[in-house]
Design a protein around this ligand. Structure first.
Ligand SMILES: [Zn+2]
Length: 429
């Protein structure tokens, strides 16, 4: 009797468990379908059959929650894709002449997308879902350049870069304590530490620099804004580095004086900031120069080949080969360091700010010749190219350029300080 009751109870408990288990499975399955991720497996591009444009296709497994498309520059289309989107193993389109690059940025609400279009085309973008499928299409329709330029001006570009606003904790000084009283520090040794930078905004005052696309911008204003942004990033995030400007206002400073300012300050690095110009508006890209003779002839050949003669307003007087040889003999260490930081800046501009790079070059520039420290000149882009003009005159573009240069400087400082601490340690042994 007792046993029977127990068995019955056991059965009841068991069946309740089963029911609960089934319910749990149902719940799990249901909730799983609620939170099902939308898989974006591929982004592909195809030319329109009439030859008047192209279509970019987003291969989604489900219709996307919602989306947005803007075109803040003639060659930049930006999209926001909302929803729980999984992009694991996504296939992106390769480099083409119409669509140069597609870059995705993970956001809290979904994804931000930058689509860089070819410079030789004037395409207006709009987006719409594919009627029969879950795919999303971006139509690129041929238009004329003036119309496109006017159209793109109504949009303010979005920034996806999660660390775009530089908000990192200031770096702790990693130089080992040599045991000396900080009040009686060794001034010779301290000179090796990277703690002073001169930022040189090109031109100024009566010298506007180049005037950009349709004479609608002034180089002196663009480069001063970038220089100040760069300086403020350094002051905020590298507090042990003193920033000295050759000019902070719209004033003219002689080329030779710019170098003298740096030399008097005994700075560790001289960074001159400019924007390029050329008679053909399609020419674009950023270049980084450092002073030297090494490949001057070769780079001149390259320039001739490209049929591009620089508007060298920076080179007030060309340095002779002799000048450069004397400089090279006296400053070989600086030249090596200049080359090093030049490549770091180029890498950041190319990979961080997504600028087309024209490379790192050696050149006999007076403004660099005068300084007795590692020195570079950054041509941030062509103001005569409409897309780059828009980028370089926008607060967004200027911030991106400045933060790219900042990152390179931070990396360079780290290297310099590490080699300094090594020297300091071995001097103590
Ligand atoms: Zn310039």
């Amino acid at each position: 009797m007792f046993n029977k009751i127990t068995q019955k109870r056991m059965f009841k408990i068991h069946s309740r468990c089963t029911l609960f288990f089934v319910f749990l499975c149902f719940l799990l399955a249901f909730s799983d379908s609620l939170s099902a991720q939308n898989n974006l497996s591929r982004i592909s591009t195809v030319d329109r059959s009439d030859g008047k444009g192209a279509v970019i296709r987003y291969h989604f497994s489900e219709a996307v929650d919602s989306f947005e498309v803007i075109q803040p520059a003639p060659d930049l289309v930006q999209m926001v894709l909302y929803g729980d989107i999984d992009t694991t193993g996504i296939q992106l389109p390769g480099y083409g002449d119409k669509v140069n690059q597609v870059i995705l940025y993970k956001q809290d609400y979904g994804f931000g997308v930058d689509i860089y279009l070819g410079q030789d085309y004037a395409y207006m973008a709009d987006a719409y879902p594919d009627q029969n499928e879950k795919h999303l299409l971006v139509g690129l329709t041929e238009t004329n350049y003036e119309e496109l330029d006017a159209y793109s001006q109504q949009f303010l570009a979005k920034t996806w870069y999660e660390d775009f606003k530089i908000s990192e904790t200031p770096e702790v000084n990693t130089v080992p304590d040599s045991g000396t009283n900080p009040d009686t520090y060794n001034p010779v040794r301290d000179k090796l530490k990277f703690d002073k930078i001169v930022i040189d905004a090109g031109h100024g005052g009566h010298d506007p620099g180049n005037l950009g696309y349709k004479r609608s911008a002034k180089e002196k204003d663009v480069v001063l804004s970038i220089a100040k942004k760069l300086g403020s990033y350094i002051e905020e995030n590298l507090p042990d580095v003193e920033v000295i400007y050759t000019r902070e206002t719209d004033e003219f400073v002689d080329l030779w004086e710019r170098g003298s300012i740096a030399n008097r300050a005994e700075a560790d690095l001289f960074v001159s900031i400019h924007a390029d110009a050329f008679t053909k508006s399609s020419v674009r890209g950023a270049s980084v120069f450092f002073l030297g003779l090494g490949s001057t002839d070769r780079s001149f050949e390259v320039m001739k080949e490209e049929n591009q003669i620089y508007a060298d307003h920076e080179v007030v007087q060309d340095l002779s080969e002799e000048d450069l040889i004397v400089y090279e003999l006296a400053h070989s260490g600086n030249i090596a360091n200049s080359e090093r930081i030049a490549y770091m800046v180029e890498d950041q501009l190319k990979n961080r700010a997504q600028r087309k790079s024209r490379g790192v070059r050696q050149k006999g520039l007076v403004v660099l010749y005068q300084s007795t420290m590692p020195a570079i000149l950054v041509e941030t882009g062509f103001l005569t190219n409409p897309a780059e003009k828009r980028y370089l005159t926008s607060d967004w573009g200027q911030s991106l350029i400045a933060s790219a240069i900042y990152r390179a400087i931070k990396q360079y400082k780290k290297e310099q300080d590490e080699s300094y601490s090594l020297k300091a340690t071995s001097a103590n042994d």
